[in-house]
Write a protein that binds this ligand. Structure first.
Ligand code: GAL
Length: 733
């Protein structure tokens, strides 16, 4: 059969040509409309320079049920971008076993941000710091043979690359990068590595180069950033983190000036003060950055949230990660901060065109006053009038107008005429919160003081490092040994009890002799190590010494923090038996990980029925090592809830089987709190209010964790407390 090739008709040709042109046009439009790049002035989205206002919201620090509202509030507050870390240890709790469910449903979170019309900056890390357990690294990573974290180490680089690709591939598969039509406009590799690089030298430099190359090699289609990394290799943008960043200069003159962490509040530690930063000063810091050519800034945190379960790092970071953020731990606007910053964002948006099209001309308006004018060729104009005087208000003249500038403030004039915002003029006043109580009927069950014969215990000569035994599956490790007083040579000094000294690498310790608690000791965020010393009643014969060591979050920062120890490592000594000092450190010690109540999951509905609880007059009060349980119906309404733990000591709380976190009524230091308030560059170093009270009194109970009726609350108390003082509080505006 002849195959006849017929010439296409002119009509077909025309159609093909039109289609072809359309295709070219569409691909051109697509390339021009779906791209992210940068120049020396700003990040460009779809070819357009932008001033981008961003806020950190960490998805596992709230519940999926809270996400839509928090994101909407962020949008209403004037944000363009949500910035989040990716939490490796939440996503890969065991090597190769992934979790992207519930609070770790990263894709769902990003899609919700997208639906709200906002962008995402994805800080993959995978080291994230963030006051998160082990800085986001899974505990198993510590035990990969030959590993050393965050340096030029093959096993580490292999695992880091594997996880980075896992996340990038997931984002690509879900079409979440901006050129794919998704919301992700920037990604971050590593986190504030510069300081480590400085300390370790050459292997650090090699690691930075490798990390940059590896990240860029994933071909996400959007720029990569490295925060606090002065030598960030091209094309990666180095960015600033800090309380003020107006003087930051990127490492190349073709990169934009970006601020990835505006510290608008601060972290809280058990035993530390409640940090806060004035809304006026946050606004002042941000406006200074903008008037000095900054075009991207991100509040760290915009919503801090909660370190549920045992996710907090430190050690000693509180369960609350409220951070004095514009949206509070419970998802409500914190006033006046939220509205003040919203007003600021509004004024910045009105000035955007001028800000991205030119550099400012700076002129003096007085001794401590100046103006930054952004005036483009096309005629748009925005002006920033600054009063650097920390004490006095001034009137300044600019153009044809006169303007009042309070001390330490900046006025924004988006049209170079009308004041739209002044950083020190706060419109909205603080809202009050109304507590709401609920009486509970409690039952108790006594945890056993560890004994050497307990199932799961093992004996070795000497003391073992805690995390190497527990792999952080529990906060607790028992160390037990027998002290036998008897025979001819051994005698107790008459009239005085023997003196026991126990040195521990951290973080807290409770000492039991013959089943009785004889005291506790604990370290601090700055110094996790501790020493217990005290007199103990020993009797002739066999005495049981049991030490309960507990961790309070694994370190998330510091040089090779993966090598930092926890637990009783000694020396353990006893004086006052015979005439000398006994060194118990190398004796035989029985080790047992976890509590009996944990092994039985007494915090769950099923597990709670496996033990015998007592109530009424037999309720244990102020008894160490006690589990408490109660049931309650959900309070009506939909206000956020918290549990008031003021009458308790230290331990953990579960609602319907899920841990809401560690509780600890550790008292705030009364002074020397460092970063607790900021007025200008003046850092107040004294505790401001509620000094000497518990750092954290209220613990967030997510509404979505409750059933309408019959909710189970279980509390484990280490030191002794009175559960009758526990109440439920409604958080209302
Ligand atoms: C930064 C770090 C954040 C967080 C913050 C303090 O240095 O990048 O992850 O730890 O400090 O809250």
């Amino acid at each position: 059969m002849d195959s006849k090739v017929t010439a296409p008709s002119s009509e077909t040709l025309r159609t093909t040509n039109v289609l072809f042109c359309m295709l070219i046009f569409l691909s051109w439009v697509f390339a021009a409309t779906a791209s992210v790049s940068y120049d020396n002035k700003a990040v460009l989205i779809n070819g357009r320079r932008r001033v981008l206002i961003s806020g950190s919201i960490h998805y596992p620090r709230s519940t999926p049920e809270m996400w839509p509202e928090i994101i909407q509030r962020a949008k209403y507050g004037g944000l363009d971008v949500i910035q989040t870390y990716v939490f490796w240890n939440g996503h890969e709790p065991s090597r190769g076993q992934y979790n992207f469910q519930g609070r770790y449903d990263l894709v769902r979170f990003i899609k919700l941000v997208h639906q709200a019309g906002l962008y995402v900056t994805l800080r993959i890390g995978p080291y994230v710091c963030a006051e998160w357990n082990l800085g986001g690294f899974p505990v198993w990573l510590k035990y990969v043979p030959g590993i050393a974290f965050r340096t030029d180490n093959e096993p580490f680089k292999w695992e880091m690359q594997r996880f980075t690709y896992k996340i990038v591939d997931l984002m690509k598969a879900e079409r979440l990068f901006e050129p794919q039509g998704g919301p992700i406009i920037l990604s971050q590799i590593e986190n504030e590595y510069e300081i480590v690089e400085y300390e370790i030298g050459h292997p650090g430099v090699a690691y930075t180069q490798w990390a940059a190359g590896m990240a860029v090699g994933t071909h996400t289609g959007v720029p990569w950033i490295m925060c606090k990394q002065g030598d960030a290799p091209d094309p990666i943008i180095n960015t600033c983190n800090g309380f003020y960043c107006e003087n930051f200069i990127p490492n190349r003159n073709y990169k934009p000036k970006m601020w990835t962490e505006v510290w608008g509040g601060w972290l809280m530690k058990f035993g530390g003060p409640t940090p806060y930063r004035l809304a006026e000063d946050v606004a002042f810091a941000v406006t200074k950055f903008i008037q000095n050519n900054g075009t991207y800034f991100n509040y760290y945190m915009y919503h801090g949230g909660t370190n549920f379960g045992r996710t907090s790092g430190g050690p000693f970071i509180t369960t609350s990660y409220d951070y004095d953020a514009p949206i509070d731990e419970y998802g409500l606007p914190r006033e006046p901060k939220y509205t003040h910053l919203k007003d600021l964002h509004n004024a910045i948006k009105q000035s955007e065109e001028a800000l991205v099209s030119t550099n400012p001309i700076i002129a003096s308006l007085g001794q401590k006053q100046e103006v930054h004018v952004f005036k483009s060729k096309s005629g748009v104009c925005a002006a920033f009038l600054t009063n650097y005087d920390q004490q006095y208000s001034v009137k300044v003249r600019f153009g044809n107008g006169q303007y009042d500038l309070p001390p330490w403030s900046i006025s924004i004039l988006p049209d170079c005429k009308t004041e739209a915002f002044n950083t020190a003029k706060v419109r909205k006043k603080t809202l009050s919160m109304v507590p709401w109580s609920w009486g509970f009927s409690w039952e108790s069950y006594n945890e056993w003081v560890g004994t050497a014969s307990d199932e799961g215990s093992f004996v070795v000569k000497g003391l073992k490092e805690q995390v190497s035994v527990t792999w952080d599956t529990t906060d607790y490790l028992w160390y037990m040994t027998d002290i036998t007083i008897g025979g001819d040579e051994e005698f107790l000094e008459t009239g005085r009890l023997p003196f026991l000294t126990v040195a521990s690498a951290g973080h807290a310790l409770q000492v039991f002799v013959n089943g009785q608690s004889v005291g506790n000791a604990y370290g601090s965020y700055e110094t996790p190590k501790l020493t217990f010393s005290g007199r103990v009643a020993l009797k002739p014969g066999v005495n049981k010494l049991a030490l309960l060591s507990s961790t309070v979050g694994l370190p998330n920062i510091g040089l090779h923090f993966e090598t930092w120890n926890a637990g009783v490592l000694g020396p353990v000594t006893l004086e006052g038996v015979n005439d000398g000092k006994w060194d118990l450190t190398k004796w035989e010690w029985s080790h047992k990980k976890g509590l009996e109540g944990e092994a039985l999951s007494v915090f769950s509905f099923k597990g709670s029925s496996s033990v015998k609880w007592t109530g009424g007059s037999s309720l244990a009060i102020k008894r160490p090592l006690t589990w408490y349980k109660t049931t309650f119906d959900a309070p009506e309404g939909n206000e956020p809830l918290a549990v008031d733990m003021i009458s308790m000591g230290k331990g953990e709380i579960w609602i319907n089987g899920q841990s809401i976190g560690r509780h600890w009524a550790a008292n705030k230091a009364t002074g020397g709190c460092g970063k607790c308030s900021y007025i200008g560059y003046y850092h107040e170093t004294k505790c401001q209010s509620g000094c000497g009270e518990a750092s954290q009194r209220w613990y967030h109970v997510p509404r979505s964790w409750l059933y309408p009726k019959g909710n189970l609350m279980v509390v484990f108390e280490e030191w002794g407390g009175d559960p009758r003082g526990i109440s439920l509080v409604k958080r209302t505006t």
